[in-house]
Design a protein around this ligand. Structure first.
Ligand SMILES: Cc1cc2nc3c(=O)[nH]c(=O)nc-3n(C[C@H](O)[C@H](O)[C@H](O)COP(=O)(O)OP(=O)(O)OC[C@H]3O[C@@H](n4cnc5c(N)ncnc54)[C@H](O)[C@@H]3O)c2cc1C
Length: 371
């Protein structure tokens, strides 16, 4: 029955699937990548591009992120692709004393893990980032934070994988996994079955639906984020910026006061200036099923919060908005590695708001577990 046509089928052409395809091809594996739409057609094409270390929880989360950040430094050269990597440093804006206490605790834990983060009082924060509002408490600063263009990262991995012999099949949906005596041996597509040694499911929020028929329940669910895009602007901000509410919305949403609209929508500021000058201003954190629509309430809440932190944005034109679905997991960590009890099946999904930052290390580690 098993006429193996390749070593590995990767399902999903986001940053995670393309990174897996690249590192597996680099290790000499014969790879086929299936993407139902186009490369970066899912969450990786509807997100920010923060490679931010200081938002990660100390422990495995931060360790993975730091390993990935080290790979990013040479990735454009390695892939021979302009991924718009900018090591510009990042700030987490602190609005008040309560947030300051939270951030001091967070920074102290990160120092133990080897990440250098400074706490800046208001005047110093504004000296380094003059666009900040004058009435803020201050900010944290981390020189290791950076930014990329996520769509270009996925394209760069995909193109480089193809040069190494991987077959990239965009517009090809995996409609089912083929199992033989409990082992996953291939994938069914409309264009025929593909048999292989391993299947890596890197389908972001769509991963649980693909593996459920095998009896595997994964706790990944879509957590929507809405983003505003401004007209191209002259240099407006110098760093990637988050606000302290972002960390609470991400890790401890139960601590937010639901009386505030922006809290109900999980708004935590994340703002970056892209290579073309436009600002990406996000975002919400909402459980709204697979609905990728933007909402007026969500966009208004994001805009109001951004104006509070960066008052100069008041007169800036918004030219479009979009929403993406973060692959949320309850413990905030991705699900990586061989599926227990199902040989041949490997999972690489559930990166929530960190998939861009974690893509290179994920690709490397998944390729390594094929040995
Ligand atoms: C608003 C927002 C802001 C974010 N900001 C950041 C950030 O600044 N930094 C960061 O690190 N992360 C960020 N993230 C998170 C990051 O975008 C995700 O973690 C990452 O994109 C997930 O990548 P993925 O490859 O797992 O999923 P996706 O990019 O969704 O890729 C999965 C792919 O699988 C395909 N697929 C699904 N089913 C099938 C099938 N049956 N057959 C074939 N193909 C299939 C889909 O079409 C899709 O292209 C943000 C997310 C959002 C929503």
């Amino acid at each position: 029955m098993n006429n193996k046509t390749c070593d590995l089928v990767v399902i999903g052409g986001g940053v995670i699937g393309t990174a897996v395809a690249y590192y597996a091809a680099k290790a000499g594996r014969k790879v086929v990548l299936l993407e139902k739409d186009h490369i970066a057609g899912g969450t990786s094409g509807a997100c920010d591009g923060f490679i931010i270390m200081q938002s990660k929880n100390p422990g495995p989360h931060l360790e993975l992120a730091m390993a990935s950040a080290a790979i990013y430094r040479g990735l454009a050269e390695e892939l021979d692709y302009p991924i718009e990597y900018e090591p510009k440093g990042g700030m987490i804006v602190i609005e008040n004393e309560i947030q300051a206490a939270l951030m001091k605790e967070h920074v102290a834990k990160q120092a133990v893990s080897g990440l250098a983060v400074e706490i800046l009082a208001a005047a110093e924060a504004r000296r380094r980032e003059p666009a900040l509002a004058p009435d803020l408490w201050g900010a944290t600063y981390c020189a290791a934070d950076a930014q990329v263009n996520p769509i270009k990262v996925a394209q760069g991995f995909s193109n480089a994988a193809r040069r190494l012999g991987a077959e990239i099949r965009a517009g090809t949906e995996a409609v089912g996994l083929i199992a033989d005596r409990g082992r996953v041996v291939g994938v069914t597509t409309a264009a025929g079955d593909i048999y292989c040694e391993y299947v890596v499911v890197a389908a972001g929020v769509w991963t649980p639906g693909l593996v459920r028929p095998l009896g595997l329940e994964l706790p990944i669910k879509p957590r929507r984020g809405q983003i505003l895009v401004t007209e191209p602007l002259p240099p407006t901000i110098r760093h990637v910026l988050l606000c302290a509410c972002y960390l609470v919305a991400k890790y401890r949403p139960q601590d937010l006061d639901p009386a505030e609209r922006h809290n109900r929508l999980g708004v935590g500021l994340a703002i970056e200036q892209t290579a073309d000058g436009g600002l990406l201003i996000g975002s919400t954190r909402e459980f709204a099923g697979f609905d990728r629509a933007t909402t007026l309430a969500g966009l208004e809440a994001v805009a109001a919060h951004a104006r509070h932190i960066l008052p100069g944005l008041a007169g800036v034109n918004i030219i479009r908005a979009f929403a993406g679905l973060r692959p949320y997991t309850p413990d905030g960590l991705p699900i990586l590695g061989p599926a227990e009890g199902i040989p041949g099946l490997i999972i690489a999904a559930g990166h929530e708001g960190d998939g861009i930052a974690l893509a290179p290390v994920t690709g490397q580690r998944i390729a390594a577990c094929l040995e």
